[in-house]
Design a protein around this ligand. Structure first.
Ligand SMILES: Cc1cc2nc3c(=O)[nH]c(=O)nc-3n(C[C@H](O)[C@H](O)[C@H](O)COP(=O)(O)OP(=O)(O)OC[C@H]3O[C@@H](n4cnc5c(N)ncnc54)[C@H](O)[C@@H]3O)c2cc1C
Length: 288
């Protein structure tokens, strides 16, 4: 049962931060996680429901000095429609291409995907590959301040993030990848576009002269949070992308993935999928 006593729709970040500082606020962005969770009794609304969709400056992409800032209320459709995302951040664009239906993409936001902190959240895996940072805004002493946390350190467990109740996720920042950077995203689900991932993989690296460097690999739905795969990265870094390297990387995946069995798949199946799909992705990179 809802306990909402007040609905607020702030127009500025200052106003939103003021409301959060007063406490007892549930943040509403697209509502595509919040509403089903509330209906299922998994979430109880706080007395104040704060819709952040009208907050000025929170939606859209801006690139300054090689840093891309994606506002928290930027929708999955906005990302999918961005030429910059499509041409320079292929893994993120592919994740948006495999994300739910048009209706959900039009409402669902990147900030909501991050704060919902599902181990299977589709944008989280490419954002980990892109070394994304989360920008949190608050007004602890009456003045608006920002705190920046690497996304890799932001997730604590399923549905749990390092965000204080007084903080709003204002944006995600990404250093634009270097020239020659290639990236890709793979998602497996029974109906990949509409289902939550059974497993997902993100890959990124500079591929030059047949060798990989600045390798970044991330997995979704194989641990309590989306994770980077340091053993796979070490097996690929600086190596020629040949069959031997690919086998070593796929062997290393077993050290990084710690899947559980659930209604979607067994842990054994998930491990096999990670291994086989990583092999396919690396062969795709190798074959251009
Ligand atoms: C039918 C269906 C299909 C789906 N398919 C997919 C899929 O394929 N892939 C996938 O990853 N997800 C999927 N989802 C989940 C959901 O659509 C995404 O997680 C979406 O990005 C959530 O964004 P939102 O704006 O709707 O978040 P909301 O539901 O508004 O919020 C989610 C959570 O984040 C908090 N929050 C939101 N924004 C902020 C902020 N700026 N600062 C602080 N806290 C905030 C809210 O309080 C809430 O706890 C699906 C959901 C449905 C219903």
């Amino acid at each position: 049962m809802s306990t909402i006593q007040h609905y607020a729709a702030p127009r500025s970040l200052e106003e939103a931060a003021d409301l959060l500082r007063q406490g007892n606020v549930t943040v509403l962005a697209g509502g595509t996680d919040l509403m089903p969770q509330s209906k299922a009794g998994k979430l109880k609304f706080q007395p104040v429901l704060m819709n952040i969709r009208n907050v000025e400056g929170l939606r859209g992409l801006t690139e300054t000095g090689g840093v891309l800032r994606i506002g928290a209320t930027t929708t999955i459709t906005d990302l999918y429609d961005s030429d910059l995302v499509k041409s320079r951040l292929a893994a993120l664009w592919q994740a948006c291409d495999h994300f739910a239906s048009d209706q959900i993409r039009n409402a669902g936001t990147i900030g909501g995907n991050i704060c919902n902190a599902s181990p299977a959240g589709d944008t989280l895996v490419p954002l980990l590959v892109l070394n994304a940072r989360v920008v949190l805004a608050a007004k602890p002493n009456g003045a608006l301040t920002q705190r920046v946390v690497p996304l890799r350190e932001f997730f604590v467990g399923p549905g749990k993030v390092r965000r204080e109740p007084s903080e709003l996720v204002a944006a995600v920042e990404i250093d634009m990848p270097p020239p020659g950077f290639v990236s890709a995203f793979f998602k497996f689900g029974t109906r990949p576009a509409l289902d939550i991932s059974t497993i997902s993989i993100g890959f990124g690296a500079v591929y030059e002269g047949g060798k990989l460097r600045d390798v970044r690999v991330a997995f979704g739905a194989v641990a309590p949070t989306p994770i980077r795969a340091p053993h796979v990265e070490a097996a690929l870094e600086g190596k020629p992308l040949n069959e031997e390297t690919i086998v070593a990387a796929c062997d290393a995946a077993g050290q990084d993935a710690r899947p559980i069995s659930d209604v979607r798949a067994s842990d054994w199946y998930r491990r096999e999928m990670v291994r086989n799909m990583l092999e396919r992705m690396l062969n795709n990179v190798r074959n251009g």
